[in-house]
Ligand binder design. Structure first.
Ligand code: C2O
Ligand code: CU
Length: 485
């Protein structure tokens, strides 16, 4: 469905935009096309071309979500989202983190294959960073792709208050052939009627069991963002869903989303669809080529997605995310997109250890609790793995809600019901386990010993019991693990 509402053609001068532009290619968009969306870049204070060194401060700051709508949010460097950290694959990233929040916190680097000491989990990786305290994260970034960072202390509250940011790891050798790139951080935030942040406990244990969704839906920290785009010119969208519960189901009026990658960089080959679902924690690498007359508007919507009992009833069917106005430029018609491919070796499953897990919801002493059980799971929800061991996880969801399961520190390959890799093959660290369904994946643990968390990325569910650890290697970790999420 094309937008019927037409405005006078927007007159935009043609010049080459440098914003959001991949190296070595010329932008096809009008200058300032992404001004309504562009994330601030983190400032690299290290002159070494292979080291990115930044200062990151968590603090309460006033942010504007929409005209006339500002709030004292929890921020990294004063913004929601925090700064976009751009590195090249193989670079060292050094982050001087300072906590100026009224609560302890940590920073977790979601999806990055780093040493356990840098994983940001309190009690396992590091002590909590107290108010006024600091911590230096320092690790090499081994994989290209879009990653993200967020706290791992009271994360349902802290992420909900605005603490998240994108980490884009670029590979200069990738042949994607699209100059114009957007990093889109999808989130939501709950405000009370008086405009302040809603309490993370609002609605009590029932709301926690459902997973709380925010009242204000945001793209790069803005409600109803805007973009000016040239018809026919391809755009590369690097998208991450950082919302604490909300699934995004993207729809651009029937335009095609060409997916070339996901959590762990490019996938085996591209696939095309006219809607695209992103569960909390997941990322997507999409090519979008809007087509419409100059002055026309296309609206990117998130259509309500059924993630289990009671999650769609009585709700508005969609949220408007971005209004894209077609520039007053002749449509672009040049060039074909390269056939973006990546060869991915299937992990061998013969000889792999079978780990069977079951997710249930039971009535605890006071509140409903999520349980993870299985033959290889101890009572404190830990799974053992040897260094270098390959495991096939079969996760059955017997609860009434879907659970996007995230594994720290390792990528896995999703398998079909026959145990063959799902095509196109891709590396993932977060996979949705739909209600009443079973999902399988194969993972190879390497030499990085430690207790690596796995949990539902609906953060209320994680805090409601849906989290555990994989203890890789015999030694475990120096710090005593405790269940502070
Ligand atoms: Cu993105 Cu343990 O989380
Ligand atoms: Cu869940």
């Amino acid at each position: 469905m094309r937008c019927a509402c037409r405005r006078a053609a927007v007159m935009v001068a043609v010049w080459v935009s440098t914003a959001g532009q991949a190296a070595g290619q010329t932008s096809l968009q009008p200058g300032g096309w992404d001004a309504g969306l562009k994330l601030p870049d983190a400032v690299d204070i290290n002159p070494d071309p292979h080291v990115v060194e930044i200062n990151l401060q968590a603090r309460v700051a006033r942010v504007t979500l929409a005209p006339g709508q500002s709030v004292d949010a929890w921020t990294y460097n004063g913004g929601v989202p925090g700064p976009l950290i751009r590195v090249r694959v193989g670079d060292r990233l050094i982050v001087h983190f300072v906590n100026n929040l009224p609560q302890p916190t940590t920073v977790h680097w979601h999806g990055v294959r780093l040493p356990i000491q840098m994983d940001g989990v309190p009690g396992i990786s590091q002590p909590e960073v107290p108010p006024g305290g600091s911590f230096t994260y320092n690790f090499i970034v081994p994989d290209a792709g879009l990653f993200w960072y967020h706290p791992h202390v009271m994360s349902a509250a802290q992420v909900g208050f605005g603490l998240y940011g994108a980490l884009l790891v670029e590979d200069p050798n990738e042949q994607v052939g699209v100059a114009d790139e957007l990093v889109l951080v999808l989130s939501d935030m709950s405000l009370r009627a008086d405009g302040d942040l809603e309490s993370p406990d609002a609605g009590g244990s029932i709301a926690r069991m459902f997973g709380r969704e925010g009242t204000h839906v945001l793209v790069n920290g803005r409600e109803r963002s805007t973009l000016v785009a040239r018809s026919g010119a391809p755009q590369r969208w690097r998208v991450v869903n950082v919302a604490k519960s909300r699934f995004f189901n993207l729809d651009l009026g029937g335009a095609i989303f060409r997916q070339i990658g996901g959590d762990g960089g490019l996938q085996e080959y591209a696939v095309e669809n006219d809607t695209f679902v992103l569960a909390p924690g997941e990322r997507a690498d999409l090519i979008v080529t809007p087509q419409a007359d100059p002055g026309a508007e296309l609206v990117l919507r998130s259509v309500l997605y059924y993630r289990g009992f009671g999650t769609v009833e009585g709700r508005y069917p969609f949220d408007n995310l971005i209004t894209m106005t077609m520039a007053g430029l002749p449509p672009y018609s040049g060039g074909r997109l390269p056939d973006t491919r990546r060869s991915i070796e299937p992990l061998p499953t013969s000889g792999a250890t079978a780990i069977d897990l079951e997710i249930t919801l039971v009535q605890g002493n006071e509140d409903p609790e999520y349980r993870i059980t299985g033959t290889h799971v101890t009572k404190d929800k830990s799974v053992k793995a040897q260094l270098g061991e390959t495991q096939v996880w079969t996760v059955t969801n017997k609860s009434a809600w879907s659970h996007p399961l995230h594994l720290h520190g390792f990528f896995f390959q999703v398998l079909d019901e026959h145990g063959a890799p799902v095509k196109p093959m891709a590396w993932k660290d977060t996979v949705n386990i739909p209600f009443d369904q079973t999902v399988r994946f194969v993972v190879r643990f390497d030499e990085r010993a430690g207790s690596w968390m796995f949990h539902c990325h609906i953060l209320d569910h994680a805090e409601g019991g849906l989290m555990g650890t994989v203890d890789v290697g015999a030694a475990g970790t120096a710090l005593a693990p405790h269940e502070k999420h």
